[in-house]
Design a protein around this ligand. Structure first.
Ligand SMILES: *[C@@H]1O[C@H](CO)[C@@H](O)[C@H](O)[C@H]1NC(C)=O
Length: 94
């Protein structure tokens, strides 16, 4: 997943070197390796997690390339399964 995120950034023409990057979440399978890959690509990386005191302040600093790899089930009676999967980001607000 983290390598896929880097690939998305590359293919979208987003230059990483010298940029601020914020990773929300520090899981072993996504957040932490994503932060390491971004750092290896010469971004300046902040990791925001559940104990971060000022997440809004940190996430509002960088510009606007956002990748959402969150997975949440939400009720959806129109779906055959009764639910559908959505991400973490409210893109209108972000
Ligand atoms: C990151 O910086 C190092 C040290 O200057 C350099 O060797 C490396 O090629 C850079 N990597 C990228 C992806 O820009």
């Amino acid at each position: 997943t983290p390598k896929g995120c880097m690939e998305l950034l590359h293919r979208s023409g987003v230059e990483i070197k010298g940029k601020r990057a914020v990773v929300i979440g520090r899981s072993n399978i996504v957040g932490t390796p994503a932060a390491l890959l971004l750092q290896k690509a010469n971004a300046t990386v902040s990791i925001v997690h559940s104990k971060t005191k000022n997440p809004e302040e940190i996430t509002r600093q960088p510009g606007a390339a956002i990748i959402d790899v969150g997975i949440n089930p939400v009720d959806d009676p129109a779906s055959p399964r009764g639910y559908r999967l959505v991400g973490d980001v409210c893109f209108e607000e972000a």
